[in-house]
Design a binder for this molecule. Structure first.
Ligand code: ADP
Ligand code: MG
Length: 662
């Protein structure tokens, strides 16, 4: 079969010499011995002393040194949870929160959900007794709503701070404030590497505690030429490593569930075909929606003689450490925004972090599926914080919903420009999300963009909103049933566009009694649908609370389309002679090939989101009429900019409508 040519270019320096492979006795070491072997362990006392001495401490340590699993346990052992006080440790990713909590529970010999638990959106695995609480950063934000001073917490550890998610960034501002009037609250900010000085400055020059890591050298290889199909290239490279390289497990970085499942399937398929010609290769995926028993499998030791390949999202970059990885395969992409399909190139900091994962237990190798030239010239230095990438409207609504009204004086780690903040406030006012006093109106931020009352179709809009929240994982397309799967998808098409298709899928599923069999027959992901149902129930509860009654459009989909237009009026595009252009910014955009409107090419469109892959694609598009825009957003559009240059040259008397032409 084909092979990929790699050239060795650089080496990531290490400070240790490779140890001999572990003996069987060592492999059977007790869990406590493993704890004692972690890099953080020798610093236990020093660290606890520093925490006792300072209210805020920044902790920097190489990934895998034991920050997340050990430090909360040390604090527990030291008595920080006496009198029912709790310790919070935040993670940007749900999988990390779940997996780490499970590990810590095992290390402490307790049942998950008792002393140690986790809480993530839609899943609370904690109880009255839970004193070590791993949670997503978003969940800790929610805690501020019920407990603005976090009075039941003795320690808050903001972990993975370097990821700079929106939630984490906002937590910083809130926690800094709370710390001022709760001097006994301990604040820990833990970060893989880099930029700790930044956190220190923000927290009034808090001291930085460094945990020296162990690192073995990693040889870095690049492809000679760029790869056209990186998924295929990944599969080929994994097999190549498996066949040519000495023992050691492989870690592959891909961008999301669909891609990971495809890669795993391809790998298993080829291994099956090679049969006994190669040694056993265990193929294990890890991504956010993977059931937890499957997640746990990646940590199980590889049986002697076999090799393990873990195919992971970015989660394995810093949040999870898998023992025994010697080879890293890095195609150079990641999904910036797990809620959408924003695949982009990683940056240099990430590339090096990924390579470092190969040098944790012994000298390793990192194979980059891009050229050395691309690494030097095309990758950016570091990640732009999410707060600078997301719509500021979201930030404003989030803060307002947390009861923070004076946004101009909120303590941001990276304050957004004053003008942009003002613009966001204006836009939200125009949308009816804020009243003239700048207060949040009754509608919450998840539903805010879909006005519910004006068009009396809240039933349908709730469904569309819920489906949009899981929209990239609704249909599945197994490799061996592509034609069936595509047919099933097309059967859901309704005139009007993708939002109505989502509505159609959900409605039919509901009619089937929320059946999993129905999902199976229609190539729809049951798990995603169940999730949509959860979201929908939550939204329904919210509406009840703000006393918005439910009403249905009774099949009058124009109302649904208008309601969506009222919410997304600023996401519009028009068909010009040279393809689609966004109405306001005149940006060239394309309908995503998966869209139900791909072939129709209507003149006016509304899109749910823009996704940049090979082109700027509009995902989830809806056909609209330009007159609706004047109806729903007269403050935003002028009649003149919605005029159609083509129709002007074609007087009505002569031009015939589609119906007239028959
Ligand atoms: P850090 O937060 O500094 O990156 P962690 O506390 O996550 O480090 O990890 C410390 C050690 O615990 C690592 O060696 C890792 O392999 C191990 N570990 C973490 N989670 C699990 C798990 N679920 N199963 C087995 N080992 C784990
Ligand atoms: Mg960690």
């Amino acid at each position: 079969e084909e092979t990929i040519e790699f050239v060795r270019a650089t080496q990531l320096q290490g400070d240790e010499v490779s140890p001999p492979p572990p003996t069987q006795a060592q492999q059977k070491e007790s869990i406590q011995a493993v704890r004692r072997s972690l890099p953080v362990f020798p610093f236990r006392e020093e660290l606890l002393a520093a925490i006792a001495d300072h209210q805020v401490l920044i902790i920097e340590g190489e990934t895998g040194s034991g920050k997340t699993t050990q430090i909360p346990q040390y604090l527990f052992e030291e008595g920080y949870t006496k009198k029912g006080m709790k310790i919070a440790c935040t993670q940007p990713r749900r999988v990390a929160a779940m997996s780490v909590a499970a590990r810590v529970a095992r290390e402490m010999g307790v049942k998950l959900g008792n002393e140690v638990g986790y809480s993530i959106r839609f899943e609370d695995c904690t109880s009255e007794r839970t004193v070590l609480r791993y949670m997503t950063d978003g969940m800790l934000l929610r805690e501020f709503l019920s407990e603005p001073d976090l009075a039941s917490y003795s320690v808050v550890m903001v972990d993975e701070a370097h990821e700079r998610t929106l939630h984490t960034d906002i937590l910083f501002g809130l926690i800094k404030d709370v710390a001022r009037f709760r001097p006994e609250l301990k604040v820990l900010v833990a970060s893989a590497t880099l930029d700790t000085a930044r956190f220190s400055t923000f927290f009034d020059d808090a001291p930085v505690f460094r945990i020296p890591g162990r690192r073995f050298p990693v040889d870095i290889f690049y492809t000679k030429a760029p790869e056209a199909d990186y998924l295929e290239a990944c599969v080929v490279s994994v097999l190549q490593i498996h066949v040519t390289q000495p023992p050691g497990d492989i870690l592959v970085f891909l961008t999301g569930q669909e891609e990971i499942e495809a890669a795993c399937e391809m790998l298993q398929d080829r291994c099956r075909r090679l049969g006994s010609k190669i040694r056993e290769l265990l193929v294990l995926p890890i991504y956010a929606n993977l059931p937890s028993d499957m997640q746990a499998r990646i940590f199980q030791p590889t049986p002697p003689g076999a090799r393990k390949v873990v195919v992971a999202t970015n989660i394995a970059e810093t949040s999870l450490t898998i023992e025994g990885i010697i080879y890293v395969l890095d195609p150079g992409f990641w999904n910036k925004q797990p809620t959408s399909f924003q695949i982009s190139c990683i940056n240099i900091a990430s590339a090096n972090q990924r390579a470092g994962r190969a040098g944790r237990v012994a000298a390793g190798k990192c194979f980059r599926l891009y050229t050395a030239w691309a690494y030097q010239h095309e990758l950016e230095e570091t990640t732009v914080p999410e707060i600078q990438r997301t719509s500021l409207g979201n930030v404003v609504l989030l803060l307002k919903s947390l009861g923070i009204h004076d946004l101009m004086h909120f303590d941001f780690l990276d304050p957004p420009p004053y003008e942009t903040l003002l613009l966001a406030l204006e836009q939200l006012y125009a949308l009816g999300a804020l009243n003239h006093l700048g207060e949040l109106t009754t509608v919450r931020w998840e539903v805010i963009t879909l006005p519910l009352t004006a068009y009396s179709c809240s039933e349908e809009i709730l469904t569309v909103a819920a489906m949009l929240s899981v929209n990239n994982s609704i249909f599945y397309r197994p490799k061996d049933k592509v034609v069936h799967a595509d047919n099933a998808r097309v059967n859901f098409f309704l005139p009007g566009g993708d939002h109505l298709v989502l509505l159609n899928v959900y409605t039919q599923w509901a009619e089937s009694g929320y059946s999993s069999q129905w999902c199976y027959e229609n190539f729809v992901q049951f798990r995603s649908m169940r999730r949509a149902r959860d979201v929908r129930e939550q939204l329904e509860g919210l509406l009840e609370r703000v006393e918005v009654g439910l009403s249905s459009c009774q099949g009058d989909y124009i109302r649904v389309r208008k309601a969506i237009t009222a919410g997304y009026f600023y996401h519009t595009a028009r068909l010009t002679r040279s393809g689609y252009r966004t109405v306001k910014q005149q940006q060239t955009v394309f309908i995503h090939p998966n869209s139900s409107l791909f072939e129709e090419q209507p003149r006016w469109l509304l899109y749910h989101e823009l996704v940049l892959t090979t082109k700027e694609f509009m995902r989830q598009v809806l056909e609209i009429e330009s007159s609706w825009l004047l109806e729903v957003a007269p403050h935003y559009y002028k009649a003149k900019e919605l005029e159609d240059p083509h129709s002007k040259k074609m007087p009505k008397k002569i031009g015939k409508t589609r119906e007239e032409l028959g």
